[in-house]
Design a protein around this ligand. Structure first.
Ligand SMILES: CC(C)(COP(=O)(O)OP(=O)(O)OC[C@H]1O[C@@H](n2cnc3c(N)ncnc32)[C@H](O)[C@@H]1OP(=O)(O)O)[C@@H](O)C(=O)NCCC(=O)NCCS
Length: 172
């Protein structure tokens, strides 16, 4: 049975646990990286929009199955970073990640955002993640050799919202 997806921007206290559960489910992130993901939720819960972080949570049947965290890059005019996007391992490949990214882009485009950046690793483990971003209309803007560790480059991807049609969010 196909369950409808609900996207909400409200951040709730219980989202701390949801973010930890989602990040751990992927087996992609080290424990210290998972802690950072939760810290961003804590920052928002403590100070709201002043934290500089914005969230969208995807729920199916009242259960959080994915989320995205993004925010304005300091000292820029309309350039945004996607800090985190995670879909529960059991729910990947069903269009939830694309829907979250599209909804964030639509939100940003309505505020005249110009550019959206995403950083990821060049390691083989992240090949599906890079493929996801490329399929979602992002282009590789830079590769920074050995950024994360020896042999672990940083890949910076960008989408120019000024030349993109973000008006339609696909239904899944
Ligand atoms: C990356 C991630 C957010 C994508 O979310 P998702 O819901 O699985 O992706 P979708 O189902 O929306 O896929 C959207 C597009 O990306 C492509 N894609 C997704 N996963 C892919 C994979 N493993 N390999 C190749 N392409 C992939 C899909 O084919 C689809 O393109 P199409 O519609 O043109 O065929 C999710 O897989 C995830 O949480 N991965 C682990 C954590 C991670 O890497 N997060 C990002 C770093 S912070």
């Amino acid at each position: 049975m196909r369950l409808d997806l609900m996207i909400r921007a409200e951040v709730r206290r219980e989202d701390r646990d949801a973010v930890r559960r989602l990040a751990e489910s992927t087996k992609f992130f080290r424990p210290d990286e998972v802690d950072v993901a939760v810290e961003l939720v804590d920052a928002f819960l403590a100070t709201g929009e002043a934290s500089g972080y914005e969230f969208l949570f995807a729920e199916q049947n009242g259960h959080v199955v994915g989320y995205i965290c993004y925010g304005l890059i300091g000292c820029t005019l309309g350039s945004y970073d996607v800090y985190w996007i995670v879909v529960d391992q059991q729910s990947q490949g069903a269009g939830i990640g694309r829907r979250l990214l599209q909804q964030a882009e639509q939100d940003l485009a309505s505020r005249n955002a110009r550019l959206v950046y995403i950083e990821t690793s060049n390691k083989p483990q992240y090949a599906p993640t890079r493929q996801f971003y490329l399929r979602c209309g992002y282009q590789i803007a830079a590769v920074m050799a050995d950024f994360y560790d020896d042999g672990d480059d940083k890949v910076v991807l960008v989408r120019d919202l000024r030349n993109s049609n973000t008006s339609s969010v696909s239904a899944i």
